[in-house]
Design a binder for this molecule. Structure first.
Ligand SMILES: C=C(OP(=O)(O)O)C(=O)O
Ligand SMILES: [Mg+2]
Length: 557
């Protein structure tokens, strides 16, 4: 019988298919030794067989994969092929009569610890060693391999949450929808699902009841998971064409007011996707993603190369480069402490420059060199700015290096309320609604239990967006939005009505947002903003605005 589970819709669209659950993590095998009659050479051969099958499986997946998954899988396959691990495991079996799965576990643990003690690039391989270890132990003990299942049919992926490493291997051709019991609307899972165009519902506690093989219909806009849906409903979903709506490369309202529609990118692959989707430029280049997982600061030359790879894709168009946003959910060991009691309220974003000013100055040097070498119109902004003094210091450091268009992100309520003073110091601002929501509602953006609070539809958040825009208007300075709110086709006209001059989003959302704006006049946008601000709750704001936008239904949004 049909029943419906509720969660938080984070990536719009509907997907229907059979459930496949993420395998449970591989547990550490108990310390055990082979009995006196055990065949030691057969145990060693079992390890070799398991290593070979893991290596072949990863190599085959790498050959089929696209984008960042190719690199992730190729590196892991190469790690499996390295004989250091199998030799040391065999030695433990032969010399110490350790059971094969335990021998692999211990040998890989020692190897990972050695790599970590070497630091730098070597330390970064420790994670791959542990990944390979789990795969070999799974093969030896007859368990399912960890990570996103590699199946030859489409499915709905159900998990507690997805780690960034899992999400890198998601294949949008196979994964029809994602459901997680944990996660929040701005978690990595949500951001990635949106960028891949996979419908997703997070923070659905009932998802733990879903079992492999049952059929569900997932609605990523409404946040629902229908169990055992009718065959007609499933057919209707499967018949709908998938893929993003086309965008003609110029955002404007129905009465012709220009609203720049830009892309959020994190690496050269994202830059190519943004160009292919017709983005007018980049509204947020998250530079820290070029360096996540690194234990040491990348050198200036390496940074120049990474930035040029993104700038080069955009010709003479605008690219807003954000300086490192390290800390909280994106720790970078070379600038962030791992013992902060309250990291989201701690030393993150521009604040890391107080203790490590040289990291910021080297990054600005690298951005300046990259900007000089490429055609792109480079704008530079700092994350997590709270005061006009911080804005002034950052702008001065940029201008010293010839980076003339400088700005800040507004993601702290204080900055939104003080924006008239902040925008006296800088040329533009970009509102990070993910963090602005987190700090306005005092609700950790990664916590599933707080997902109902963590939405930019909260009227308090929208009031702060309005305040930030008013501060920009006083100085005639542009104020954009580059948080996930910009990608919500129902919220986009509200943001424009609040005074936002550009919207930056995952490239896949550009067509939907452009289509809704093209059907809405600037006067209607202002009216929608008033309606949202006058609503008592986020749900009331969303419902009231959606009721005024029949175009959403017509476009299937
Ligand atoms: C765009 C934002 O920054 P990030 O999601 O990278 O913290 C934001 O906070 O809205
Ligand atoms: Mg942010």
């Amino acid at each position: 019988m049909t029943s419906v589970l509720d969660g938080v819709g984070v990536s719009p669209g509907r997907g229907a298919g059979v459930v496949v659950t993420m395998p449970a993590p591989v547990p550490e095998p108990a310390a055990s030794t082979l009995g006196p009659d055990a065949d030691v050479e057969a145990a060693v051969a079992a390890i070799d067989d398991a290593v070979r099958s893991v290596q072949a499986d990863l190599a085959a997946r790498a050959a089929r994969a696209t984008g960042t998954a190719v690199e992730v899988l190729t590196v892991t396959a190469a790690m499996a092929a390295d004989t250091t691990l199998s030799k040391e495991s065999a030695r433990k079996v032969r010399d110490e009569r350790t059971a094969p799965e335990r021998a692999v576990w211990e040998a890989a643990g020692d190897l990972a610890a050695r790599l970590e003690s070497l630091g730098g690039m070597m330390a970064e391989r420790a994670h791959d060693v542990r990944d390979v270890r789990e795969r070999i132990v799974a093969a030896l003990t007859g368990r399912r391999a960890p990570g996103v299942p590699d199946l030859d049919h489409p499915f709905v992926l159900v998990a507690a949450d997805l780690a960034p490493a899992d999400t890198a291997t998601l294949d949008p051709e196979r994964v029809l929808a994602i459901v997680t019991s944990g996660g929040g609307p701005t978690s990595h899972t949500a951001i990635l699902a949106r960028s891949l165009g996979i419908p997703a519902v997070v923070a659905a506690p009932g998802a733990v009841e879903l079992v492999d093989g049952e059929t569900v219909l997932v609605d990523g806009a409404q946040g629902t998971i229908e169990r055992d849906p009718s065959a007609e409903d499933v057919a209707r979903v499967l018949d709908r064409p998938r893929g993003p709506r086309a965008f003609d490369g110029q955002g404007r309202t129905a009465d012709g007011v220009r609203v720049q529609l830009l892309a959020n990118v994190a690496d050269p692959a994202g830059a190519s996707a943004a160009v292919a989707a017709g983005a007018e430029g980049v509204g947020l280049f998250r530079t820290e993603f070029c360096f996540l997982g690194r234990t040491e600061e990348p050198g200036v030359d390496e940074q120049v190369a990474a930035y040029r790879a993104v700038l080069g894709a955009f010709g003479g168009r605008k690219v807003v480069v954000r300086t490192l946003d390290a800390g909280a959910d994106k720790p970078l060991p070379f600038v962030t402490a791992d013992d902060e009691p309250n990291p989201a309220l701690g030393v993150r974003g521009l604040r890391t420059a107080v203790r490590h000013p040289e990291v910021l100055t080297r990054q600005l040097d690298a951005i300046a060199r990259a900007a000089a070498a490429e055609e792109a119109d480079v704008w530079v902004m700092a994350p997590m700015v709270a005061t006009p003094d911080e804005a002034q210091g950052f702008a001065a450091a940029c201008r010293e290096r010839g980076l003339s268009t400088t700005g800040v992100m507004i993601e702290v309520p204080a900055a939104a309320l003080q924006s008239r003073w902040i925008l006296e110091q800088v040329d533009f601002a970009s509102i990070g609604t993910n963090d602005l929501t987190q700090y306005t509602m005092a609700a950790d953006r990664e916590t599933a239990d707080l997902a109902a609070l963590s939405t930019p539809w909260q009227p308090a958040v929208l009031a702060l967006v309005g305040a930030a825009c008013a501060g920009g208007a006083e100085h005639g300075r542009p104020v954009g939005v580059c948080g996930e709110a910009a990608a919500d086709p129902a919220l986009a006209p509200v943001l424009v009505g609040l005074g936002v001059t550009s919207l930056s989003m995952t490239p896949r959302a550009l067509g939907d947002v452009a289509a809704v704006l093209a059907a809405t006049t600037s006067e209607q946008c202002a009216e929608l903003a008033k309606i949202a601000l006058a609503s008592p709750t986020a749900t009331a704001a969303r419902d009231a605005v959606r009721a005024q936008l029949p175009v959403l239904e017509e476009l299937g949004l």
